[in-house]
Ligand binder design. Structure first.
Ligand SMILES: CC(C)(COP(=O)(O)OP(=O)(O)OC[C@H]1O[C@@H](n2cnc3c(N)ncnc32)[C@H](O)[C@@H]1OP(=O)(O)O)[C@@H](O)C(=O)NCCC(=O)NCCS
Length: 171
């Protein structure tokens, strides 16, 4: 469990299944996180060992996923996240990122990546404000329900750029 100023990140439980599915079927979220079912929530969030629930004021507000590459030569962590629409616009996503980056830094990690859809301008702005930088376009990265593909944007954050730590209030 990781505690921040306004949220706690904790392992998911069975009680999170319904609120997580509710968030993943909100139009604002399902535009980017497509096709979630109770089975996928169980497999990818509750049972995967990669996800932490964002708990805000006692409510399950979203989830953040950590995929570390532990190869010492290419050490980095791929991060994914989503937040329910009622919590948008208050830097809660940035706070969740800052909490996990501080934790992973204490375990020796120094490089973190995100890969938002190129059309997800609010997410890209939010990550840039925190300190992530665009690396390049991931062409035809996400398969859409209509069979087309959309580009992604690879973004990274390097800890040595932030000697005082990563602050979610930044920007
Ligand atoms: C991306 C996300 C994590 C950002 O978290 P956040 O805490 O809301 O980020 P911020 O507070 O920095 O706000 C980001 C932008 O969203 C905008 N925003 C606020 N409310 C919004 C709403 N209801 N719908 C869309 N955008 C909204 C903010 O105005 C801000 O844009 P700005 O640059 O014009 O100020 C969150 O919006 C989210 O989970 N979105 C849905 C799923 C998703 O896109 N996941 C990311 C996949 S990589």
């Amino acid at each position: 469990m990781l505690a921040g100023e306004r949220m706690t990140l904790r392992p998911p439980t069975g009680a999170d299944a319904a609120p997580l599915l509710g968030i993943l079927t909100e139009p604002e979220v399902s535009r980017w996180w497509v096709g979630y079912t109770p089975e996928r929530v169980r497999e990818e969030i509750l049972d995967s060992g990669n996800a932490l629930v964002m708990e805000i004021d006692g409510a399950c507000a979203g989830a953040i996923f950590l995929y570390p590459n532990e190869d010492p030569e290419y050490l980095h962590v791929v991060i994914h996240l989503f937040l329910g629409a009622r919590w948008y616009g208050h830097r809660h996503g940035a706070e969740a990122l800052a909490i996990v980056i501080a934790h992973l830094a204490s375990l020796g990690h120094h490089r973190f990546t995100l890969d938002p859809n190129m059309n997800n301008a609010p997410a890209i702005r939010s990550y840039e404000r925190l300190g992530f930088r665009p690396v390049g376009v991931l062409r035809e990265y996400q398969l859409r329900p209509d069979g087309s593909h959309e580009d992604g944007l690879l973004m990274d954050l390097i800890l040595s750029d932030f000697p005082d730590g990563v602050d979610w209030r930044r920007g």
